[in-house]
Design a protein. Structure first.
Length: 368
């Protein structure tokens, strides 16, 4: 059997496994409207997707992901609760010289259920663990909701909190913002010069002296940006104690029960964490009821921060420790906010994940 046929057979096995679990099979068009993804992720998505131009409908993208079109279909047509599974190719642009696949099969499972979100989290994780159990993979879990709650507790401006929230999924950019907001790094000299001119002459005068406008930003956009920079410069720095607490949370790597205990200790001084921790504890109970060994389950607070940006709660992955050269074999998580955006105000708690059959097949061959 050729490699492609073997991978396809593995995908069919996983697809059948999820269908047997009660999921309805769905599909998504290979070409997706680019506008939706650009609205969700901004221009950054262009670096990760193949974009083409259609003379009638405008920009299109080769399908980089199944979750967005599945959510769109459910929000238009689906009932509640609902479980879906899908199988097909996705396409991801890679950096020059990368040996990572640009086209590969995914098999996924998604749950839309508002009755008990934590039980749905446990259902998806346990199902993936069962499907992948012969491979001896290491599970990893995290919780973007805890990170967002921690950012929300900071004593700083709403604009700064929004910037940090927006870049949770870009760790280097997040770190740069946090260092700037805490005063750990010196302000860029060009920014200082611009701020001095705005302070002395006003944003409008600075804009008038700037010369011809270049690029797509309007004069109003630039003016708002200058005023935002001035407002940020006037705001006091985030306190060192708060920054250290956030650093502690970001670097937390423990078993799930120990992580919960450490976060409970932090919540004594940061009570805004409590709702996220209560959700974590309900999820732990649901995982235990689903047969997962919660006592030994790893928790990494920063796990999932470099995956697709729609995850906003529980996140998980399954990794081959014996093959550190491979990306995660499976990833998933909760994406309630995505349903709110794509549902235009309507929303439903949702969680799901994907498995890469090509990686499963590589590992199976290694075990043979």
């Amino acid at each position: 059997m050729s490699d492609k046929l073997a991978v396809r057979a593995e995908a069919e096995r996983l697809f059948a496994f999820f269908k047997a679990g009660g999921a309805e099979p769905v599909d998504a068009d290979l070409l997706q409207p680019a506008g939706t993804l650009l609205d969700l992720y901004g221009e950054d998505i262009r670096a990760r997707a193949y974009v083409t131009q259609d003379p009638d409908v405008g920009e299109m993208m080769l399908r980089p992901d199944f979750t967005v079109p599945v959510v769109q279909t459910h929000m238009r047509e689906g009932g509640e609760p609902a479980r879906y599974t899908y199988m097909g190719e996705v396409f991801r642009k890679q950096q020059s010289g990368s040996d990572r696949a640009r086209e590969y099969l995914q098999v996924g499972y998604e749950v839309f259920d508002r009755e008990n979100p934590e039980a749905a989290d446990a259902e998806v994780f346990a199902l993936f663990a069962e499907a992948l159990s012969p491979l001896g993979l290491r599970a990893a879990t995290g919780d973007i909701g805890v990170l967002k709650a921690a950012v929300g507790c900071l004593s700083t401006t709403g604009r700064r909190k929004a910037a940090l929230m927006r870049h949770i999924w870009r760790p280097r950019r997040f770190r740069g913002l946090l260092d700037r907001f805490t005063g750990r790094v010196a302000t860029d000299p060009l920014r200082l010069a611009t701020l001095a001119m705005v302070s002395q002459d006003g944003a409008e005068a600075v804009l008038e002296r700037a010369g011809p406008r270049i690029g797509q930003r309007s004069a109003g956009d630039v003016l708002r940006r200058l005023n935002a920079l001035a407002e940020d410069a006037a705001a006091p720095a985030i306190g060192r104690a708060e920054a250290e607490v956030l650093d502690t949370i970001l670097s937390l790597r423990e078993t799930l029960p120990n992580a919960r205990n450490q976060l409970r200790d932090i919540a004594v001084d940061l009570p805004g964490l409590t709702p996220a921790l209560e959700r974590m504890e309900r999820r732990m109970e649901a995982l235990a009821q689903a047969g997962v060994d919660v006592a030994g389950l790893p928790f990494e607070a920063s796990f999932g921060r470099t995956t697709m940006e729609y995850y906003d709660g529980f996140v998980f992955g399954f990794l081959a420790e014996a093959r550190p050269d491979l990306p995660p074999v499976a990833t998933g998580g909760r994406y309630d906010a995505l349903t709110r955006v794509l549902g235009r105000g309507a929303e439903i708690p949702a969680v799901g994940g994907v498995i890469r059959p090509g990686l499963v097949q590589i590992l199976r061959e290694g075990l043979a």
